[in-house]
Write a protein that binds this ligand. Structure first.
Ligand SMILES: Cc1ncc(COP(=O)(O)O)c(C=O)c1O
Length: 374
């Protein structure tokens, strides 16, 4: 499926005949909403991650919302996350009536800085939502230790990290809950969709109830729930995608390795992978430093590459606390005090790394970046 607008798009879902056939089977079965196929998807996904249970939902945002509801996070509580993430991570905390508190990021992995996390804790802190950003696991050892010492829940935002590993184990099973997204740009997709993973039966049961109007048996509702269900149509796509997710991630890793080897411009910092992690490169994010000799600003580089037909993107152009919504809620740079996140958001740029890139595409990306300033 060729995107006509861009020579090389920033993302391209890998959808083939198997996904189309799987959807056609569901459509011709007449059972379109949540049913057998969702159950099958949950079962193979939990097995893939290596957790006790999984609950499929309509989006990654809904997954985070239900995870925090299942943990009974509410008004008066504080939940720590980073401002260098997609807004959904923090909004899910607001949905509970709780207060998002922002900890800064580590400047190499762009994930939560455990030292700053400790500094941002108060007596009201109940949970941490760590984000495995761009497919790079956050420092699970340090964050888990902090959570255990201070009796905090850990929610893993795995929206960008299907199959990413920390010390040989897949993310999504380390904390109390893990939440995945299947948005089309992600490492695997269901169109829209999400998955909650946990080793805690009570959490899985509660998320099941919340997802489906608190229904314990037909038309018997015990708690206030929602319609946050995934359809069998989406799950059918997910079952096929899950079979290929490792292969697709391997291609992302190979593409990242190619770019690492061939990109070379003073002042251009390539992505850093920490020891002991499997990085699945949801994004290949470089940072630009004009002080260190890069000839263009970040925005000039983006415009230059776009001119050449290479779509790039900024993840994320402003940290969450600088979003108008959060500004209205009273968040200020001074109070939030996350200088690394703020600075990185001005320097960062994602280049295409998706599995649909050919060797020719990669060569063209590397040549184009290397020829800046010529
Ligand atoms: C880090 C992060 N968290 C949460 C989400 C929300 O997922 P969804 O778009 O499926 O609601 C996303 C998706 O973009 C994300 O990147």
């Amino acid at each position: 499926m060729v995107n006509k607008r861009w020579l090389i798009p920033i993302a391209r879902p890998d959808i083939g005949d198997d996904e189309i056939e799987a959807v056609a089977d569901v459509l011709s079965s007449g059972m379109l909403a949540q049913g057998r196929v969702v159950g099958e998807f949950e079962s193979i996904f939990s097995h893939y991650i290596g957790v006790g249970g999984a609950v499929a939902v309509s989006s990654g945002t809904v997954g985070l919302d239900l995870a925090l509801k299942a943990l009974k996070i509410g008004q008066g509580d504080e939940v720590i996350t980073t401002p260098f993430t997609f807004i959904a991570t923090a909004n899910a905390i607001l949905y509970q009536g709780a207060r998002p508190v922002f900890a800064d990021i580590d400047e190499q992995s762009f994930t939560i800085d455990p030292d700053d996390l400790l500094k941002k804790m108060t007596s009201k802190t109940r949970a941490v939502v760590g984000v495995h950003l761009f497919g790079h696991p956050f420092d699970l050892k340090a964050v888990l230790e902090i959570c255990e010492d201070h009796n905090l829940f850990l929610v893993e935002d795995c929206a960008q990290a299907h199959g990413a590993e920390y010390n040989g184990l897949k993310v999504g099973g380390f904390g109390s809950v893990g939440c995945f997204s299947f948005y089309p740009t992600k490492n695997m997709t269901t169109g829209e969709g999400g998955m909650i993973t946990s080793n805690n039966d009570k959490i899985i049961r509660m998320c099941n109830l919340l997802r489906n109007h608190g229904e314990v048996e037909k038309y018997l509702h015990t708690i206030l729930g929602y319609n946050y269900r995934m359809t069998d149509i989406q799950a059918a796509i997910g079952c096929v995608q899950l079979k290929k997710v490792d292969k697709m991630s391997e291609m992302r890793i190979k593409n990242a390795e190619y770019l690492n080897k061939h990109l070379s411009v003073p002042g251009l910092r390539l992505p850093i992978k920490k020891n002991g992690v499997k990085h699945v490169y949801h994004q290949y994010a470089v940072t630009i430093s004009e002080e260190d000799g890069f000839p263009l600003s970040r925005d000039e580089l983006m415009a230059y590459l776009r001119e050449k037909g290479i779509e790039c993107a900024v993840h994320y152009p402003r940290p969450v606390h600088r979003q108008p919504l959060y500004q209205r809620l009273g968040y200020t740079d001074e109070a939030v005090n996350c200088p690394v996140a703020t600075e990185i958001s001005e320097r960062i740029l994602s280049l295409p790394v998706h599995p649909g890139l050919s060797r020719e595409d990669l060569r063209y990306i590397a040549e184009s970046v290397n020829s800046v300033g010529e």
